[in-house]
Write a protein that binds this ligand. Structure first.
Ligand code: TEU
Length: 573
């Protein structure tokens, strides 16, 4: 949290450089998201598990990350791969045991890596004991832990709310004679945050995980918890910030941890309400404005829009501007709900390696905490499924039925799912070129990408110019150079349709980042104020020791130059 100035996710304080202002550890650390089902299967059942994660910690320690965001590992019927929790204090048997979890925390800590748990508390699973009880009748002990409303006069749902994964957001329970609210799927009933007993249970559960030594929480769809059901406001409702402040008082305050809220509705106007210094709520939010730029405004994600660099820059730079003096940005292009970034924003063909590095460079040198999604560090690509039977995601399957019923062709839907669908990042991690990709000795729960014979951790790490080596460099730069973690960001050449440019300045040092975000060579004349001599910090084509007034940028070329503010070479880089 902001008020804690210690500096190590694993809990053993590491001092800052003498004279430097102490900063929270998560401001110089890079996060890494593990999607347990698809990371590493230690027992051959085709499903990744916790011992599998522990066995790969050296890979992550070599990468240099500071913490793992662990997608849910709790007991769950897995309707939404664990984002439907049946018991908040138990581990799903297919993922392992609490002992396995404690071992993961300890082994990670020994490598300076913290474990950040996914907190999914807008809703539980319909198999949670609370919900089973709640369905027994209006007087049942946990009935009020969920959101119930009477049928409309015609017996139908109380209102027209649609669920994120298709269909009405209300389902009827005959024993109760009422509908319950589920903003995602019927298997994910929304919890009633108005009930103080429910909130107390959640605070207690969070403290229970913190006592096991975790480093913080990523909070699933947290901007939905303050909803005003009858007022029809779900996102960023009137109770949201009161609940987050209560959470801070009850659980987060005074502890050395990181808190990251997921919000699909947060805007530059509301961002500081979550993570402003004086708010005492969260450390940062995941925002999705740049993601939604890639969706059709009417038909949504399954009818993708071509990438528009100018719009992308506008979103990213707006968010940088809002957090100039307060709050903190999260930086990511992908996660388990999004396509692979090299396929979505880069070129997963001829320039796969180079464009993967360019995207990493332009993202990781901004101000904020970067997140790497498993496989991104070797440039893994989207899946290319050809039949609906290959998909596993309930969002894709739910919308398939609705879209086809609304007249979209099967082929168009599958093409859209291959561009923007959630299964793209859920195909198994590609460790080796072996059958099973080093992920499993059994039959994987979802098809492995055929390109694992070429694209895999063993091959990429054996290459000194591989994607992994580039990420490793970027992650080390953030830890080591204060101008990268904390320097002020200035955007340049915002209307340029192919090139992204920004500078970072701190204490007389300047980093200039220039990236050609296209597969063509670009002749580019930087603003005279950018012309400088310097030391190349990172590059993906050839080192450069200057920004000249006339640059010929190779396709997807990206580099960063460290200079003094007056444009001369620093004495020591
Ligand atoms: O995602 C929130 C969310 O809103 C997404 O489901 C989003 O709507 C979709 O991906 C884009 O169309 C979180 C989790 O990250 C996701 O995996 C869960 O399915 C969801 O919450 C429900 O818990």
């Amino acid at each position: 949290m902001h008020d804690d100035l210690s500096s190590d996710p694993a809990g053993d304080a590491v001092g800052d450089a003498p004279g430097a202002r102490a900063v929270p550890w998560w401001q110089t650390a890079t996060g890494y998201q593990v999607y347990p089902r698809s990371f590493c299967d230690s027992d051959g059942d085709g499903i990744g598990d916790i011992p599998g994660i522990t066995s790969k910690l050296d890979h992550l320690a070599d990468l240099g990350i500071g913490f793992i965001w662990l997608s849910p590992v709790y007991a769950s019927p897995m309707a939404d791969n664990g984002y439907d929790i049946a018991d908040y204090r138990a581990i799903a048997p297919e993922f392992g045991t609490l002992d396995d979890f404690d071992r993961l925390v300890a082994e990670a800590k020994a490598r300076g890596i913290g474990i950040v748990m996914d907190l999914v508390v807008n809703h539980s699973s319909s198999e949670h004991a609370w919900f089973r009880s709640a369905c027994q009748g209006r007087d049942a002990p946990f009935h009020d832990y969920y959101i119930w409303r009477d049928p409309a006069p015609d017996g139908g749902p109380p209102d027209g709310r649609r669920a994120a994964f298709g269909g009405s957001a209300w389902s009827f329970v005959a024993e109760v004679g009422q509908y319950y609210l589920h903003l995602f799927s019927p298997a994910q009933p929304d919890l009633n945050w108005q009930n103080p007993g429910l909130r107390a249970e959640i605070w207690d559960m969070m403290r229970w995980w913190l006592a096991r030594g975790i480093a913080g929480f990523r909070m699933d769809v947290i901007s939905l918890i303050g909803k005003d059901v009858d007022g029809g406001i779900d996102e960023e409702g009137p109770y949201l910030h009161g609940f987050l402040q209560e959470m801070h008082r009850e659980v987060l305050a005074g502890r050395d941890l990181v808190s990251i809220g997921e919000s699909w509705s947060v805007s530059p106007e509301t961002a500081l309400m979550y993570c402003g210094r004086d708010r005492h709520e969260l450390d940062m939010v995941f925002q999705f404005a740049h993601v939604k730029e890639g969706w059709d405004p009417v038909h949504g994600k399954f009818r993708p829009k071509p990438f528009d660099l100018v719009a992308f820059k506008r979103v990213m730079f707006d968010w940088q501007a809002v957090m100039t003096n307060d709050g903190w940005n999260s930086l990511f292009l992908t996660n388990h709900d999004l396509p692979r970034q090299v396929s979505k924003y880069g070129d997963d063909g001829e320039y796969r390696v180079r464009s993967a590095k360019a995207l990493a460079t332009l993202l990781h040198l901004m101000k904020g905490t970067p997140f790497v999604y498993q496989g991104e560090e070797i440039g893994m690509t989207n899946a290319t499924f050809t039949a609906i039977s290959q998909f596993r995601d309930l969002e894709i399957l739910g919308h398939h039925a609705e879209s086809v019923a609304a007249g979209m062709s099967e082929a168009e839907f599958i093409a859209g799912a291959n561009v923007n669908g959630r299964d793209n990042t859920r195909t198994p991690m590609q460790w080796t070129d072996a059958p099973g990709a080093g992920f499993t000795a059994g039959t994987p729960w979802i098809d492995i990408n055929d390109n694992h014979v070429r694209i895999n951790v063993a091959a990429d790490r054996a290459d000194p110019d591989g994607v992994f080596a580039h990420y490793r460099r970027l992650i080390a730069l953030r830890r080591e150079k204060r101008v990268i973690s904390h320097g002020a960001l200035t955007p340049w050449h915002e209307p340029h349709p192919q090139v992204m440019v920004y500078t970072r300045d701190l204490d007389g040092e300047r980093v200039t980042m220039i990236a050609n975000v296209s597969g063509e060579e670009v002749r580019f004349a930087p603003d005279p104020a950018l012309v400088a001599q310097g030391v190349c910090l990172v590059h993906n084509v050839a080192p450069r020791d200057a920004v000249t007034s006339d640059l010929a940028l190779a396709p997807w070329e990206a580099f960063a130059l460290l200079s003094r503010a007056d444009g001369t070479t620093p004495l020591a880089a």
